[in-house]
Ligand binder design. Structure first.
Ligand code: ADP
Ligand code: MG
Length: 705
């Protein structure tokens, strides 16, 4: 059945007529297009519909992107050099005129775009000095060369990179696609069984691929997109659910069926407050998993401050009661140390052995920790990446907890569970709430538990937005808070492109803060990413112990730090932070009983998007709501938290922020197929199994090629 090796789609792009070595290299280097298949599945990101144009006289600045057809009637250069220079082209379609404005690539545009020729212009109308214009619209340069038989009125535009564009324009893309389809159209194998095609009125795969590149009509384009989205979602879900039913389902898990002395003692004597209903529910869910004989693979989502650490601790006690060791891995030393301190505090006077292992643990100490782990005398090991080093050998690892999951790559996690013969139970915890549709896809192989309730008595953090002119007022407010005994965070953006810049922000900030809050009356501590671990610890401790009033930091404090007396979070240049990050930062305050504040400082001029983001922060403290909005605003590929771990696959056509309904529907279809035919061995389902296997083979193939 496996047609993988002789499939023409695995041919290298170099052998495609019209491609050649140079283009092939660029296509691979810039877009990772290596084979015929890669190119075939590289879809246009938009289309020019030559039948739909907007008349210039109907344009107004509230319209989204529009397409115009007409000519350039005049061109002039305005302004001086130094970034101010611009090219203004007046465009007319006979119904009116509009200015097209360019700031970059002036020479090139002047050279390419001439009067007395018709152009298709695509752009967003905007209002400037009371006039409607278009800044940097795309201009389609008509070409004599006709792509041939597939040509239609709807033309695909392929996204490219600057480098690639200078070697080959969209026309070349179209031409290559044309040559490709000519070659392979009759050799594309269907991937879905006939009964699904019929039932859901789907185009066949060859029809869909033809129409996604060369739509024969708007209707066929819609159906092509639908079919390809269906395919994409279907095989992601099938992959997850089929594997879960066969492989994961067969993975035997350690049975933790005892709730013994330590858990009970802790519950009765050491637990300083009562658990929230949500905490109780998720603990029950995990106990059920761990007692079932199957290996637990669970994601615990809960907003910052919802009490995930305590939940983790309680199930680690269950592991201990069943004679197993556990570990908890945190993304930073600061956080690992804090977990260690709070776990030790929680377990006061109990017979549970806890150790801390991080990059800065001394060698002599390490040796002791290693041997105690191997002997089995350590019950709970807390640490950072240091836990996955080869020297770390457990006697009986039964449970691995990973905190703030998105900071760790999949491979790092896998290393952790390879540390014992029987796969330990795994709990992954994250404070970055992920919308349901995304969770179903990204974490499809994990069961999800959600803590949707904060411990009682927490007041929502009051969030306010200020621009720089209000700085004095803000400082005055900070002084009042410090007088009342509160502590304050001031966070500066981390600028990844330039670490020196990043540091400068913080340095300038530090100077102005110390001027406004002079010692010895006020004590200010600093933490940033470039400090040595000991210095960081020193500063953190200064703040955590209440000796410092103000903590100045880059976003290193983002993750998990817990100082309940800190009641104000000032975020400088807040517009430079993403929503998820802002939400995380805000979560650092509001942990004690006092009213807390998050003050977002911003520049005067904010882009529309930045303003929307900051206003959303002001309007809600609900992390799930913020995550949903974030996904809508930016698309799922950019959601913080998934970017770092990377989606386990590439979505070519589906947009999880818009295709949630289709995803849910497809998921149900997959579930019902697997319910009736779990091994996919019925004749009509064989195609599903072989496509799935081929997809795996392709993954391996693309790794080696
Ligand atoms: P996160 O979910 O962000 O990791 P933590 O586990 O750090 O949250 O908990 C935040 C704070 O809330 C800690 O000081 C913790 O001791 C406290 N806490 C946890 N559960 C409860 C509860 N049920 N009632 C009151 N306080 C709680
Ligand atoms: Mg935490």
């Amino acid at each position: 059945m496996n047609d993988f090796n002789d499939n023409i789609l695995n041919t290298k792009i170099m052998y495609l007529p019209g491609a050649g070595q140079k283009r092939a290299e660029l296509l691979y280097g810039e877009l990772e297009i290596a084979t015929f298949r890669d190119l075939l599945y590289y879809f246009p990101f938009r289309y020019i519909d030559r039948t739909h144009f907007c008349a210039v006289r109907d344009i107004n600045p509230d319209l989204p992107y529009v397409q115009l057809y007409g000519e350039i009637v005049s061109a002039r250069t305005e302004g001086q050099g130094g970034g101010k220079k611009r090219l203004v082209m007046r465009f007319s379609d006979g119904t009116g005129t509009i200015d097209l404005v360019f700031f970059q690539g002036l020479a090139w545009i002047k050279e390419k775009i001439k009067p007395d020729r018709k152009y298709t212009v695509f752009g967003k109308p905007a209002l400037f000095n009371g006039q409607v214009n278009m800044v940097h619209p795309e201009i389609d340069i008509p070409e004599a060369e006709n792509p041939g038989a597939f040509s239609t009125n709807i033309n695909g535009i392929y996204s490219s990179t600057e480098k690639l564009r200078s070697y080959m324009g969209n026309k070349v893309f179209v031409k290559l696609m044309f040559n490709l389809l000519n070659l392979v159209q009759n050799k594309i194998h269907e991937t879905l069984p006939g009964y699904l095609l019929n039932k859901y009125r789907l185009l066949t795969l060859p029809e869909a691929l033809l129409n996604i590149h060369f739509p024969q009509s708007q209707e066929l384009l819609v159906r092509a997109r639908n079919r390809l989205k269906f395919d994409e979602l279907f095989y992601i879900q099938l992959g997850i659910l089929y594997r879960r039913a066969t492989v994961a389902g067969a993975t035997r898990g350690l049975v933790f069926d005892r709730v013994g002395d330590r858990f009970n003692y802790f519950f009765e004597h050491n637990l300083p407050f009562s658990l929230t209903e949500a905490q109780k529910r998720v603990i029950r869910e995990m106990r059920r998993d761990m007692g079932s004989g199957k290996q637990m693979n669970r994601l615990l989502q809960g907003d910052v401050g919802s009490g995930k650490t305590l939940v983790a601790l309680m199930i680690m006690l269950i592991a201990a009661d069943n004679g197993y060791q556990s570990c908890i891995m945190a993304p930073t030393e600061i956080l690992a140390a804090q977990h260690y301190a709070s776990v030790v505090q929680f377990l006061k006077e109990m017979d549970v052995k806890v150790s801390l292992l991080t990059g800065s643990t001394r060698k002599s100490e390490r040796t002791v920790i290693y041997s105690k782990l191997a002997e089995g005398t350590t019950d709970i090991l807390i640490g950072t990446h240091a836990l996955i080093e080869d020297n770390v050998q457990f006697k009986k690892l039964g449970l691995a907890v990973i905190d703030e999951q998105h900071r760790f790559g999949v491979e790092q996690r896998a290393k952790l569970w390879n540390k014992s013969e029987t796969m330990p139970h795994v709990l992954v915890m994250t404070a970055t709430p992920i919308p349901r549709t995304l969770a179903m896809t990204v974490y499809g192989d994990l069961d999800v538990s959600i803590i949707d309730e904060l411990p009682p008595g927490r007041k929502p953090v009051k969030t306010l937005l200020f621009n720089d002119s209000k700085r004095l007022r803000v400082f005055g407010f900070l002084k009042e808070q410090i007088e009342q005994g509160r502590q304050i965070y001031i966070v500066y953006p981390l600028i990844k492109e330039s670490e020196t810049m990043d540091y400068k922000f913080l340095e300038d900030g530090y100077e102005s803060i110390v001027r406004a809050f002079p010692p010895p009356e006020y004590v200010t501590a600093v933490v940033h990413g470039k400090m040595k671990a000991v210095d960081k610890d020193f500063s953190m401790n200064l703040f955590a112990s209440g000796k410092a009033d103000i903590m100045i930091a880059t976003s290193v404090i983002e993750v998990g730090v817990n100082v309940p007396n800190a009641s104000v979070m000032v975020i400088e240049s807040a517009e430079r932070f993403g929503l998820a990050q802002l939400h995380q930062l805000r979560g650092r305050v509001g942990r004690g009983a006092d009213q807390s504040y998050c003050l977002m400082m911003s520049g005067y001029k904010l882009s529309k998007e930045s303003r929307k983001r900051l206003e959303l922060m002001v309007s809600t403290c609900d992390g799930f709501k913020i995550a949903e909005e974030d996904m809508k605003m930016r698309g799922p590929g950019d959601i913080e938290g998934t970017q770092q771990s990377g989606l386990p696959f590439k979505l070519r056509i589906t947009d999880l922020s818009k295709d949630g309904e289709l995803l849910e529907a497809v998921r149900k279809i997959v579930e019902s197929i697997l319910l009736e035919d779990p091994a996919l061995c019925r004749d009509e389902n064989k195609i599903l199994k072989s496509t799935l296997e081929n997809a795996d083979a392709q993954k391996d193939f693309s790794k080696i090629s």
